[in-house]
Design a protein around this ligand. Structure first.
Ligand code: PGA
Length: 264
């Protein structure tokens, strides 16, 4: 794991956006794995700005989102399809037919999960997967106790996740307790993963992910098995890491090396 500790949420978003921009510049036909939640929004804004400025293009890109609420159609304002259209897709030069979000209104969700996996495989696999992390250590909607090799499937949300996300739903609005989510095994197959976390309320989850044991109780700890996982966090989210100074030292050395390589 590469642990990058930055001053604040804005710097975290900029760092993450640069990784995605470089990916698109190197491979314009990239397959991107995308995430919802509040953390990626600032990164999406930066990608929109870079696209508007002509620095990057999404015209040959395919995207797969991590998850969707089961029971919400894509035109529901709380659906993750709606979120992605609003926060990213409607503002960039992407062909929306190449954007995939698990179908929350699937007649047969079980079949839909298999089809989603098949689509990812047919696209050549995910090149780079964006992730947030829940306070309980979830990635996508892989809640604690999720199988570490799990595939795209229907998953029940924990009370903690339902409570965390209640802020997006009006008091009398139906809030789903089920989801379709890529599995942890699916996520681990992405060639690169970039996880962003900011704020003190993520510090326990970040600690468990980076320094805790590999365990289903913290689904994000599965990223310890990934060969190219970049964890980009602000100081508040990093505040419980025991080896904080070591990670900062490695990253400073990395930056020096990159600067040297750039002069060759
Ligand atoms: P957040 O959600 O970005 O809204 O904190 C992250 C997640 O639950 O994966």
């Amino acid at each position: 794991m590469q642990i990058v500790i930055l001053n604040d949420a804005a710097t975290v978003a900029a760092y993450g956006a640069n990784i995605f921009a470089t990916q698109l510049q190197n491979k314009p036909t990239s397959v991107l794995g995308l995430a919802t939640g509040s953390t990626p929004v600032a990164l999406y804004q930066q990608l929109i700005a870079k696209n508007t400025a002509g620095e990057i293009s999404f015209s040959h890109v395919t995207t797969f989102n991590l998850d969707e609420y089961l029971g919400l159609a894509g035109d529901h304002p709380q659906s993750y399809r709606y979120f992605m259209n609003e926060q990213l897709f409607s503002h960039i030069d992407i062909n929306k037919e190449n954007t995939f979000v698990p179908p929350g209104d699937a007649v047969n969700p079980i079949t839909a999960c298999k089809e989603y996996e098949d689509r990812i495989t047919a696209a050549g696999g995910v090149d780079i997967q964006l992730l947030g992390i829940g306070r309980n250590g979830h990635i996508g909607f892989n809640e604690p106790s999720s199988g570490l090799c799990s595939r795209t499937r229907v998953k029940t949300l924990t009370k903690a996740t339902v409570d965390d996300n209640a802020r997006f739903f009006a008091g009398d609005e139906y809030q789903p307790h089920l989801s379709i989510t890529m599995g942890i095994g699916t996520i681990l197959e992405a060639k690169k993963v970039v996880l962003l976390a900011t704020g003190e309320n993520k510090a326990d989850a970040v600690y468990a992910m980076v320094e805790g044991p590999l365990m289903a109780k913290c689904p994000a700890s599965a990223l310890q098995l990934h060969k190219d996982a970049v964890i980009v966090i602000d100081k508040a989210a990093a505040s419980k890491l025991e080896d904080l100074e070591f990670y900062q030292h490695i990253e400073a050395e990395n930056q020096k090396l990159q600067a040297q390589l750039a002069t060759l």
